[in-house]
Design a protein around this ligand. Structure first.
Ligand code: NAD
Ligand code: MG
Length: 476
């Protein structure tokens, strides 16, 4: 008999959420020119958290103009001075990380365990890391005095709202660019909190501008003629649209799009460790992760052993209140995303794959999806090819390393892969054949600001993180 968990909720009283927020342009919050607003909800409860301005073309234009004005003096600052601002931002983020973790959990639906222990520490680390580069750009391998590009228009998704903001803003500022960033429409609150962090850090006005809104706002930003650099993370469909908008202009572009990562388990892998990696790979952040290990490729001889252990482990996952410190699986970010996941899982069943979930009670309000795995999946199944972006694992088998490579690479994507084996030589041999931007060995979803991240094929192009991440914001 096991012990029951007592509720362990983090207090939401530690963060203040205003009833409404404006756009952050030129160092001030202001309403949209046409007064339009939209609501952001807590996906775990459907409670309305706040009302946020919907930026139109006029507002995007004002934000880009503010960033352009700020560019002259910001880019002329000695790198060491820019670095001081970034260090200050990093420290303020650390000081306020508890508030930000609660805010992110409320607006996104992800467990507090993850925002507290993964998102927020990574956010601060990213600013600290690029703060360190600001005065060392001459030694980054891009010439003696690499120049910034100008105004960066950045559009980010809802799965890691503040972390994607950090990935975008930290390298842009370190290299002397100014930015206009558009957060996703379902998760605008942490970016607006960040706007206030910039003010507290004394960042000169106009260096960072935050315009909230939906895809129309993003499209206006990307198309703005005075933007020099476009950085986008999100769906492959929108990424292709953006590539078309930017084609034929002098704008520099980086795209971080979807994925269908293979997590490959060989017969010599330590099973319990591999199971933890499989769980982390597809159930971390409810599987709403572009580099998720959404395809499990397990060697046929250990298939039953691995699946038995995996199912046992899934039975222990705790789904529910994201603010509870014991929660493993939180809410799906939106009703639309839940509908997409539900439809793809139904397609999996309709095409003949076998669906399984542990016994798991779903809350009566909010957007929820039980951890799910599909066996009997073949390469032709939709759930083996399309990105589901939810807590759904497709299990396939292989017999030889060559077959594992062929199956892993048989995807239009190429973002991530995992290898589980005891043999170092096999790890190296496999990693060199996998067409994936990041290959994890005997671990998964490990992140570090020093390490470049990005895709092949339809997962996009360009790298974020590390020294490589500077290149996207330099005129090289
Ligand atoms: P999306 O691509 O529509 O949205 C991402 C961001 O782009 C948001 O800020 C959105 O407002 C903005 N946007 C939408 N249309 C735009 C346009 N025409 N021009 C400029 N910006 C635009 O993604 P989504 O609808 O939120 O999610 C759909 C699917 O995308 C998911 O199921 C998943 O497969 C994928 N996705 C991938 C990532 C990732 O990290 N790679 C993140 C989120 C979603
Ligand atoms: Mg929300």
């Amino acid at each position: 008999m096991g012990f029951d968990y007592a509720p362990a909720p983090e207090s939401r009283a530690i963060v203040d959420i205003a009833p409404s927020y404006g756009l952050f342009i030129d160092g001030e919050f202001r309403e949209a020119a046409d007064g339009k607003v939209f609501k952001t909800v807590a996906p775990a409860t459907e409670e309305v958290l706040s009302e946020v301005a919907q930026a139109g073309e006029e507002d995007v234009d004002a934000a880009v103009a503010a960033a352009r004005r700020a560019f002259a003096s910001w880019s002329a600052l000695p790198g060491a001075e820019r670095g001081k601002y970034l260090f200050r931002i990093a420290r303020v983020l650390q000081e306020r990380s508890r508030e930000l973790a609660v805010l992110e959990t409320l607006d996104n639906g992800k467990p507090i365990k993850e925002t507290r222990d993964v998102d927020l520490p990574q956010v601060a680390a990213h600013f600290f890391y690029y703060a360190g580069w600001a005065d060392k750009l001459a030694h980054a391998g891009y010439g003696p005095s690499p120049r910034p590009l100008g105004v960066a228009g950045q559009v980010i998704p809802w799965n890691f709202p503040l972390l994607m903001l950090a990935w975008k803003i930290a390298p842009a500022l370190a290299t002397g660019n100014t930015v206009v960033l558009k957060p996703a429409e379902t998760t605008p609150l942490s970016a607006l909190f960040f706007a206030d962090v910039c003010r507290r850090a004394g960042l000169p006005k106009g260096v960072v501008n935050i315009v909230t809104g939906d895809g129309r706002t993003g499209a206006a930003l990307v198309a703005h003629p005075d933007v020099n650099k476009v950085a986008f993370t999100g769906s492959t469909g929108v990424g292709k649209q953006i590539a078309r908008t930017v084609a034929g202009t002098s704008k520099k572009l980086t795209l971080e799009l979807g994925g269908k990562g293979a997590n490959i388990v060989f017969d010599d892998a330590p099973v319990d460790q591999a199971v933890e990696g499989i769980v982390n790979g597809i159930f971390f952040n409810q599987g709403q992760v572009c580099c998720a290990g959404s395809r499990l490729l397990v060697q046929e001889s250990v298939r039953d052993e691995v699946l038995d252990a995996l199912k046992r482990r899934l039975g222990t996952l705790r789904l529910g209140d994201p603010l509870d410190k014991n929660t493993d699986i939180g809410a799906i970010n939106s009703a639309e995303q839940l509908a997409r996941i539900t439809a793809l899982a139904e397609t999996g069943e309709a095409e003949g794959a076998e669906r399984w979930s542990p016994a798991c009670e779903l809350p009566s309000s909010g957007y929820w999806f039980a951890p799910t795995l599909f066996t009997g999946v073949s390469q032709a199944h939709t759930i083996a090819r399309d990105e589901i972006f939810g807590p759904v694992l497709s299990v396939l088998t292989f017999r030889t390393p060559d077959e594992a490579v062929a199956k892993a690479n048989n995807t239009p994507y190429g973002l991530s892969a995992g290898i589980w084996t005891e043999k170092g030589s096999r790890i190296l041999a496999m990693a060199s054949k996998l067409r994936a931007g990041v290959v994890w060995a005997n671990t998964f979803n490990k992140f570090d600001p020093t390490s470049p991240f990005g895709g092949y094929k339809e997962s996009g192009f360009g790298r974020e993180g590390g020294r490589h991440g500077l290149e996207a914001y330099l005129d090289v």
